[in-house]
Design a protein. Structure first.
Lengths: 117, 110
């Protein structure tokens, strides 16, 4: 398993501002994933972050809006830029489990709940 | 890309009864099918998963079945208990890429 810490756990932000979410993992991982969960909705993959290279974004998500950093194998940040109320969501960091079978199981952080006024 | 549909969206069962949630997927290349449970205000946590080379898997009161030909898989919870109340998400895909269903809110009535 993996221990994943996210900061902040929640925040209230003003429209037009930006917020950076941090994700720290207790072991080295190749891939880190950022998901968005809008209120009462499912999980949607924003991007995959690989250490040492540009993040890969899913359809509907762009780097200018959601810049990601991945400076080392245990840390990543996601910035939500120029926020609007539609960005109010829970943002979840996740990593793949490191079991011997390399099963592909995803472990999620506790999430960062953003409210944009 | 992969499209996962999940039914029902809500499910209310009497304690002790069984609960069944069904999902369909579109991409025949998908080979990994996990189920996640999310309690209110908590992170999603894996409860069971199945791979495309297996038709059924069981873990105590929870079982998952997979029909690759029909592209559907199901979660079965037997002898439901109040602590089974949560939102359940199915997902389909492969390594590094999962698409999630819309979720099923399960309520177990005492």
């Amino acid at each position: 398993s993996a221990v994943i810490s996210q900061k902040p756990s929640r925040d209230i932000c003003q429209r037009g501002t930006s917020l950076t979410i941090q994700c720290q993992v207790d072991s080295q991982v190749t891939m880190m994933f950022w998901y968005r969960q809008q209120p009462g909705q499912s999980l949607t993959l924003i991007a995959t972050a690989n250490q040492g290279s540009e993040a890969t974004y899913e359809s509907g998500f762009v780097i200018d809006k959601f810049p990601i950093s991945r400076p080392n194998l245990t840390f990543s940040t996601l910035t939500v830029s120029n926020m609007s109320p539609e960005d109010s969501s829970i943002y979840l960091c996740s990593v793949e489990g490191l079991g011997t079978a390399n099963t592909g199981e995803l472990f999620f952080g506790e999430g960062s709940r953003l409210t944009v006024l | 890309g992969e499209n996962v549909e999940q039914h029902p969206s809500t499910l209310s069962v009497q304690e002790g009864d069984s609960a069944v949630i069904k999902c369909t997927y579109s991409d025949s290349a998908s080979n990994y099918f996990p189920w996640y449970k999310q309690e209110l205000g908590k992170r999603p946590q894996l409860i069971i998963d199945i791979r495309s080379n297996v038709g059924e898997k069981k873990d105590q009161r929870i079982a998952v079945t997979l029909n690759k030909t029909a592209k559907h898989f199901s979660l079965h919870i037997t002898e439901t208990q109040p602590e089974d109340s949560a939102v359940y998400f199915c997902a389909a895909g492969g390594r590094y890429k999962l698409s999630f269903g819309a979720g099923t809110t399960v309520t177990v009535r005492a």
